[in-house]
Design a binder for this molecule. Structure first.
Ligand code: SGN
Ligand code: CA
Length: 513
């Protein structure tokens, strides 16, 4: 029987700023939460999101038994900034983490601290990529920086480094299971399982080498995009054709003695790797003597084969965690989430990497299972943002949501309830020029349109009608007949900028109109 007090407490905790007294909090049901957070895993590479070729049975299972978000956008499509937004529920300009490879400002509020106050044990294991160890975690064991695929080092909360033999995705899962087994079982827990996969340079686990060799991937319709009327897209340095490296990325005639990723194999791992990439793939490459379109299409095929083979281990390890939850009896009262830090291009527009506001990098996968609360097969189409992740996690654990968090809990959407939801999502990307020469930009996505203002090295507007042109090839800004739509979207963009307090963006958008 749920008491009336518990129902009242559960209702009250959704009120921003409301803080339950410990006695009330105790009375609410407090599920455990496991947040599996991967790196650069594109929704186009997931069965549940429609991929016919990628094998992701375990991610698909979470979606089937819970909810799938079809329009989960990020605020700034890059690793560190996305992770800083997860922890703070705020845009980059407020949490200070605008570009990659900087240090997270640890003296700012992060939502796991709220969980701790509400009696949760908290842990982050695996890839974190914040340049500093944030507060709010009882246990940390994370990869330094980008981490390594083989024989990865892990740094614990005290700063001690340990090197583990084997493949990073398996090691991360093993360390997570060890933590789960050893945790204080009298408390609910929040655990982030951070995966390095599927980050560049896409090194698969030994058992997955060649997993997709019998598949020929169709070229995306936009593969040979020439970026007409899109100067920023023309200016980038992230094409499979010119930027992707045969050696380091596609492993053709690798230098196995070079320090870094490729000198960390055990002798057996090295032999298997060498047999596959040197004796098979590099040999095939030499024999084919490719050039022009044949060469770029060969690179595309090899890219997708390595990328999806790397994701095989990610999905299998998610399966290991799901099995553990089933066997330990934890499944019933544990929320399990799978998400990536941003989307990724799998050959669309001829690209790999992310950064641009265009769909494949803007939208990130997010699936969630919460037995008894989220109905199996729930589809969420509203524009959810990664600023909403922190408040949602607080909400579903019965923890008060601090007032300064910019996102909103989407628990009502997960429950299929009618609610007044955002109509537009605001975006701001900063990093330039390294490493992929994507000009900074500010933008707004609505259900039908997208407006973008590039600034810095490129200074102009773009406008897309996503209904008529879902591939975003026709820039309609300045095109006759679209003046009113552009003006309306600009106003909405300014409203959002004011709402989210991005003063720098307001100056840029108001200048040079
Ligand atoms: C590295 C990669 C880039 C990638 C960034 C950011 N180069 O610099 O291709 O865009 O990380 O990625 S690599 O040769 O070192 O792989 S992110 O996931 O951290 O945002
Ligand atoms: Ca990333």
């Amino acid at each position: 029987m749920i008491s009336a007090a518990a129902v009242l407490a559960a209702l009250l905790v959704t009120v921003p700023g409301y803080k339950p007294k410990e006695s009330e909090a105790q009375q609410t049901t407090r599920p455990n939460v496991i947040f599996i957070f991967s790196d650069d895993h594109a929704y186009q590479a997931i069965g549940a999101y429609g991929s016919k070729l990628a094998k992701t049975p375990n991610i698909d299972r979470i979606a089937r038994e819970g909810a799938i978000l079809h329009n989960n956008v990020v605020t700034n499509s890059i690793c560190g900034p996305s992770r800083a937004t997860l922890l703070t529920g705020k845009y980059s300009h407020l949490n200070g983490y605008k570009v990659n490879e900087r240090k997270f400002e640890i003296n700012q509020p992060v939502f796991p601290e709220e969980l701790q106050k509400n009696g949760y044990q908290t842990a982050w294991i695996g890839k974190m990529h914040l340049g500093a160890l944030p507060h709010g975690f009882d246990y940390l064991n994370v990869l330094p920086g980008q981490g390594q695929y083989y024989s990865p080092d892990f740094v614990n909360g005290k700063g001690d480094t340990t090197r583990y033999p084997g493949y990073v995705t398996n090691v991360t899962t093993k360390l997570s299971l060890d933590w789960l087994n050893g945790r204080d079982k009298s408390k609910p827990f929040f655990l982030v399982v951070g995966h390095k996969a599927t980050h560049r340079e896409w090194l698969p686990d030994i058992q997955d080498l060649g997993a997709y060799d019998n598949v020929t991937f169709p070229l995306p319709a936009t593969f040979y995009d020439e970026y007409e009327n899109r100067d920023a897209a023309k200016n980038q340095d992230m094409t499979i054709d010119k930027t992707m490296r045969l050696k380091e990325d596609l492993k053709v005639h690798l230098d196995y003695d070079k320090r870094g990723a490729y000198n960390r194999f055990s002798p057996e791992e090295k032999k298997k790797f060498y047999d596959y990439y040197e004796n098979k793939i590099s040999k095939e490459f030499d024999e084919k003597k490719l050039s022009g379109k044949a060469l770029v299409e060969w690179k595309f095929q090899r890219y997708l084969k390595d990328y999806l083979a790397t994701a095989n281990s990610l999905d299998r390890n998610i399966g290991t965690l799901l099995d553990y939850l089933d066997k330990s009896g934890l499944a019933k009262n544990t929320v399990i989430i799978y998400a990536s830090d941003q989307g990724f291009y799998l050959g669309e527009h001829g690209w790999f990497d992310k950064r641009f506001i265009y769909e494949e990098s803007l939208k990130t996968p997010f699936v969630i299972r919460y037995p008894g609360v989220i109905k199996p097969g729930t589809q969420v189409n509203q524009l959810v943002s990664n600023i909403d992740w922190a408040p949602t996690l607080l909400n579903l654990t019965g923890t008060a949501i601090p007032k300064d968090i910019q996102g909103v809990s989407f628990l009502p959407l997960l429950k299929g309830q009618k609610t007044n939801w955002r109509q537009e999502a605001y975006y701001h990307y900063y990093e330039y020029p390294e490493p992929h020469r994507v000009a900074p930009h500010i933008g707004l996505r609505s259900s039908q349109y997208k407006i973008v203002r590039f600034y810095g090295p490129k200074d102009y507007w773009e406008l897309y009608d996503l209904k008529k042109d879902p591939q975003e090839l026709r820039n309609l800004y300045g095109v006759k007949g679209y003046e009113a739509i552009a003006a309306d979207l600009k106003n909405k963009l300014k409203d959002q900028i004011r709402k989210y307090k991005d003063d720098e963006a307001l100056r840029i958008v108001e200048g040079g109109e």
